[in-house]
Design a binder for this molecule. Sequence first.
Ligand SMILES: *Cc1c(COP(=O)(O)O)cnc(C)c1O
Length: 379
Amino acid sequence: MPFRHRYTGLISKYLDRLPVQDDVRIIGLGEGNTPLIQLSKLPRVVARDVDLFVKFEGLNPTGSFKDRGMTMAVTKAVDEGAKAIICASTGNTSASAAAYAARAGIACFVLIPDGKIALGKLAQAIMHGAQVLQIRGNFDAGMRLVKELAEQAPLTIVNSINPYRLQGQKTAAFEIVEELERAPDYHCLPVGNAGNITAHWIGYCESSGSGQDGRLTEACTLCDGQCRFASAVVDKRPRMVGYQAAGSAPFMRGAPVDDPDTVATAIRIGHPQSWQQALAVSRESGGWFDELSDEEILQAQRLLADHEGVFCEPASATSVAGALRDIRSGRIPEGSTVVCTLTGHGLKDPDVAIAQAGDAVQTVDAELEAVRGAIVDRL
Ligand SMILES: *Cc1c(COP(=O)(O)O)cnc(C)c1O
């Protein structure tokens, strides 16, 4: 086989741990294999000794972790003869669905909330040729409509209620276990529909077990026996910690929220689709949920960009904002290995970034004296 050392994406890498046939036509864009970056400055900001990593999922082909699930969902949809896919989206699912549909040569319909969608995500859906329907309603209303439509027309739903999405997304946990040669003690994620926290737990469960044959001692209850694919064997699983935006925190309220609001538009979801699964993850892993204000989320986004060189979108920073707070308070103890998922790239949402710029951009005359003055002032 030519070019056999080329990385071509997570389906070919994890073929034996995913529910696909060996000879399936893979719809892929080289997704997965994202960097696990160790943060050096942020632990010092909270003056605690922890090994803190971010898994930068913003470096997937369309700039978010959604590509991990989408390569699986679209590969399976095409395999089963689908000619069109549909999703409701706060932005990233539509960007990803549009790209993979373009790759596959099938149609893509996306329902997005009126306004409240980050500019980069809208640009992606349009450029990849999706039919974009902006509804006068929020994500939850769009999700309801998509479910009804798919019952009446030949459309495959590629939201995370599509089980192949979670199968693709579980591979992020495999990659982390391979790199650390163990599971982290804590894994922190932003939570919207709660599909990703569920998918990571499936991945960690499939990586855990004991004995040389990789048989599991405890199977997780979520993966329908798929755990037998366990190969990278670790003997423990992390506590899974889910962070929500305070204005959109149904897991903290213990009930759906009808009018969710937050600057972190990717997690502006009041009726999470994986509600029961996420509660099971929290219980089984010994983890917890918590909430952050928009100010805390944006502060963490700036800290990451400014102190560590990592630019993620606001929703993604929720994981780091929460982890830093829990590390500082000791709820996550010193000596822990902590992984935070940074779900999407900062370039997705330039408006929110620029709105925070303050006096970062200075206008001067195009003359040496003026420019030198401005620079020398800041040296
Ligand atoms: C989709 C998304 C989330 C939320 O993930 P869920 O699986 O819905 O909990 C968080 N951050 C970003 C950037 C996303 O695109």
